[in-house]
Write a protein that binds this ligand. Sequence first.
Ligand SMILES: Nc1ncnc2c1ncn2[C@@H]1O[C@H](COP(=O)(O)OP(=O)(O)OP(=O)(O)O)[C@@H](O)[C@H]1O
Length: 343
Amino acid sequence: MTLQAELRVERAGFTLDLDLAIEPGEVVALLGPNGAGKTTALRALAGLLASTSRIRHNGSTWDGLPAEKRPIGVVFQDYLLFAHMSALDNVAFGLRARGTRKAEANAVALRWLDQIGLADFAHARPRRLSGGQAQRVALARALATSPELLLLDEPLAALDASTRLRVRSELGRHLQDYPGHTLLVTHDPLDAMVLADRLVILEHGRVVQQGSPRDVVRQPRTDYVAHLVGLNFYRGVARGTEVLLDDGGTLSIAEPADGPVHVVFPPSAVSLYPAKPAGSPRNTWQAVVSGIEQHAHTTRVDLDGSPSVLADITTATVAELRLQPGDALWVSLKATEIHTYPR
Ligand SMILES: Nc1ncnc2c1ncn2[C@@H]1O[C@H](COP(=O)(O)OP(=O)(O)OP(=O)(O)O)[C@@H](O)[C@H]1O
């Protein structure tokens, strides 16, 4: 049964207006910039704030239900395990609160600890657990009650990079087995791409784009999404193999198009030269370096021009060009690297 939520929250200067439908077994990631309303949406679903939201599932409504009566499991960024309880009691807590007898609740909790590879820590207090272990216990605690809806609020954000990698893939496995509905709130595009079946992008309390990770990555519709997936992104009007960009500049494209379009290309498709490249069939224009940032294996160069553009170049090229902010360079881009789609 689809979980249908119409989430409406009014605050001074902010309105959340979000319709969400989540299928059984589906993982939906809610992404958006700071203040977009992600946490507000999650709290409205959980019944943790007063709102005029409507939530329907399996022929019943959760509207009047207080948080503790909703069939929900929640995992927060900072685990929020009960410090005075053992890992086992933490996992058994939800079941006990729902009236399950102690022996049975403990048996279920132990099975969960076993599943997450922490049976040996059953009697340990949370302070003896590492961040990754604590987050796995928090996940087991949320899943032990077999909730209809699993809410994950930045579940990996507090973990260091290598722990994060491990816990992410373990979480992915548990989510695959989990038959309920999952909503994952995250800032991290990688978490969303790896874990979610569908992305819902929220800006200013409203959905600006949704779709499979693959579709969103290929065809961003807002600056925030383009930035998230790391693409150069423009709006323009196409006339055959030319696109006149709204903010200045013209690009030649390989596939003819007509009318208002979005234009994208990866920073890695951009080449930089100290002088105008001669006789090339490419797009070329002059731009000024406004920022240089070292990434793992490439250097990201920010250039002001018409249009402004991001370029990823090798460290060898940076050295060769002796790049400095303020330098004027020639930007070159093959028409075949540019992708357009209707606005
Ligand atoms: N308790 C509160 N009282 C009043 N306004 C709030 C409260 N909590 C959040 N807001 C406001 O509601 C809006 C949405 O905030 P929310 O925390 O849901 O966004 P978010 O997408 O989760 O952001 P972040 O990524 O920074 O966590 C923002 O304008 C925020 O300032």
